[in-house]
Design a protein around this ligand. Structure first.
Ligand code: PEP
Ligand code: MG
Length: 552
């Protein structure tokens, strides 16, 4: 078990008497590392650096070595058995109050210096906060953090962790979605967990039930080991379904497509039996890049890798969808006060046409290597439709002028705001297909920030307003003879598969790990006989009550 902390949230736990010496040693090592870092900075200051800078580093070194400060922190550890991080922040809080009460402005400003020094030490403590005992063979580690960005999670794709637990987040936050796509149990919105568990505690993470057990007793361990075995067994059985076509009992073909974040997910999509990529969240290529946005060539290589990797199966690439809970650290844009309603998704792209066309050209070039659709996120206005289609044409013209090959693409819009759902039929005059992003559609219809755990209880895919909007979009697709898919989390929920089939949905896109579960439901369903019941569910005031009454 490893605890990772960020910002003001530091781990707080009491240590055993026998651990006092090693905790003091841990603190000493962190302090030495900071001293070394500061001396290094001093030694490498350029000749023309302002003298104040060298003086500032001196002040930081003095604060770091201040005997009174050191003794006070040691006191918290030895007398109160606080862990080092807690001791440091407890002493910082006391000093902060003293600084705030000072009349002298110069001295008051030293508070910021001390905070910086403390932050550096905390950072290094984090580095030396590995489990007191390193994991033994076969022992798996769980990452516990205050919060994790989707990009953080992607860094752990290599299977370094057997589970994730965070204080913040909500089930349809992108972080949770990425964790699910990795097939790793995760519990989000477990408030205060990162401060309560200790680096070598045993944890059980039950991602299905959203439960974490700290220091499970012998019975609980046995129970969860048995459950894990049963789950692995079921997964194996379901894997056998990957080659079976998804067809209902009455012969309706259903497309089960994959949601992916990058070329490295293609193998999992194929293993799961996906019949294409229904949503390539291209923004993950853009995240955490210090050196600016990826070039056309770099994007083209990534898109082509996916297209070729899918061996002729269709690939839908969504244009960059950033903002809200998916900040682009590498990009130089400010996030507005209410990011979910601000400059995000297609608005962000249209605000920078040159950047947008770079992406469109890369997509068009990839389309020369296999079937590609381009999907525009969060379209809400007819004006935006005209703009995206005109940018697409300009991107194509630019490639033609350069003599570079481009392929044909189908163009589609995501239905993520109620305005788009209500105008689905109008949208279909311009687009080849629609894809319902239920995660955002729920957020915007029910006015619930999907990343805010305090309102997560209101997040309800079975809210009658959501079902009616979804039904309306599917029906509009049928009337226009055009494809409608769902690529939000609703499509991945096997408990909703029959309902969506009954409403006429035939294109489901989800994280590959869910495909076998949804396929099993498809194989057991008679689509025609679900229709009437699905209509009743959508018309009901409390649809959930009818969900269990699906005809078999
Ligand atoms: C959605 O909103 O449902 C969707 C699929 O897009 P994302 O989750 O990436 O916002
Ligand atoms: Mg969305």
């Amino acid at each position: 078990m490893l605890v990772q902390h960020s910002g003001a949230n530091v781990a707080r736990y009491r240590i055993e008497e026998a651990q006092v010496e090693s905790e003091l040693e841990r603190l000493r090592r962190a302090r030495d590392a900071v001293a070394q870092e500061l001396h290094g900075m001093q030694a490498t200051l350029p000749g023309d650096a302002p003298v104040e800078l060298a003086a500032l580093i001196d002040v930081h070194l003095q604060l770091l070595h201040d005997e009174v400060f050191r003794a006070a922190i040691a006191h918290w550890i030895t007398q109160h058995r606080y862990n080092a991080e807690w001791a440091l922040s407890a002493q910082m809080e006391i000093l902060a109050r003293q600084f705030d009460a000072m009349d002298d402005t110069y001295l008051r400003e030293r508070k910021a210096d001390l905070e910086q020094v403390v932050e550096r030490v905390q950072h290094h403590l984090h580095g030396v906060a590995q489990p007191a005992k390193s994991p033994e063979d076969g022992e798996r580690r769980i990452l516990v953090a205050h919060d994790l960005s989707p990009a953080d999670l992607l860094r752990y794709r290599d299977g370094a962790f057997a589970g994730f637990v965070t204080d913040a987040g909500a089930v349809t936050s992108h972080t949770a979605i990425v964790a699910r796509s990795m097939g790793i149990p995760a519990v989000v919105a477990a408030r205060g967990v990162s401060q309560r568990v200790r680096p070598d505690d045993w944890l059980v993470v039950d991602g299905e039930a959203g439960i974490i057990i700290v220091e499970p007793d012998a019975d609980e361990r046995l129970e969860y080991q048995a459950r894990e075995c049963a789950l692995a067994q079921r997964r194996k059985e379901l894997e056998n379904l990957s080659a079976v076509p998804a067809r209902t009992l009455d012969g309706e073909a259903v497309q089960l497509l994959a949601n992916i974040e990058g070329p490295e997910d293609v193998a999992a999509a194929l293993r799961a039996g996906a019949t294409g990529v229904g949503l390539f969240r291209s923004e993950f290529l853009f995240m955490e890049r210090r050196g600016g946005l990826p070039s056309e060539e770099e994007q083209f290589q990534a898109y082509r890798a996916v297209v070729e990797g899918m061996h002729g199966l269709p690939v839908t690439i969504r244009t960059i969808d950033v903002g809200a809970d998916k900040p682009l650290d590498g990009a130089n844009r400010s996030i507005t006060v209410n990011p979910a309603l601000g400059l995000r998704a297609i608005r962000w792209s249209l605000a920078d046409p040159a950047m947008f066309r770079t992406q469109l050209r890369a997509i068009l070039r990839a389309a020369a290597h296999g079937p590609v659709s381009v999907l525009f996120p969060m379209i809400g206005h007819l004006g935006e439709i005209h703009q995206v289609l005109s940018q697409l044409q300009t991107a194509r013209d630019e490639l033609a002028m350069r003599g570079v090959a481009a392929g044909a693409v189908r163009a589609g819009a995501m239905v993520e705001v109620p305005a788009a759902a209500l105008l689905a039929e109008d949208f279909l005059q311009y687009f080849d297909f629609l894809s319902i992003g239920t995660n955002d559609l729920i957020q915007y219809t029910l006015a619930i920030d999907r990343a805010d755990e305090s309102v997560a209880y209101l997040y309800d895919p079975l809210h009658p307003a959501i079902l009616r909007l979804v039904h309306g979009v599917i029906a509009a697709g049928a009337r226009c003879g055009k494809e409608v898919s769902i690529c939000g989390e609703m499509a991945a929920d096997a408990a909703l598969t029959r309902l969506l089939l009954g409403l006429g949905l035939r294109y489901f896109s989800m994280q590959p790990t869910q495909i076998p579960h949804v396929k099993q439901q498809v194989l057991l369903s008679d689509a025609a006989s679900l229709k009437e019941w699905a209509g009743q569910v959508v018309a009901a005031q409390v649809p959930r009550l009818l969900l269990g009454a699906a005809p078999s």
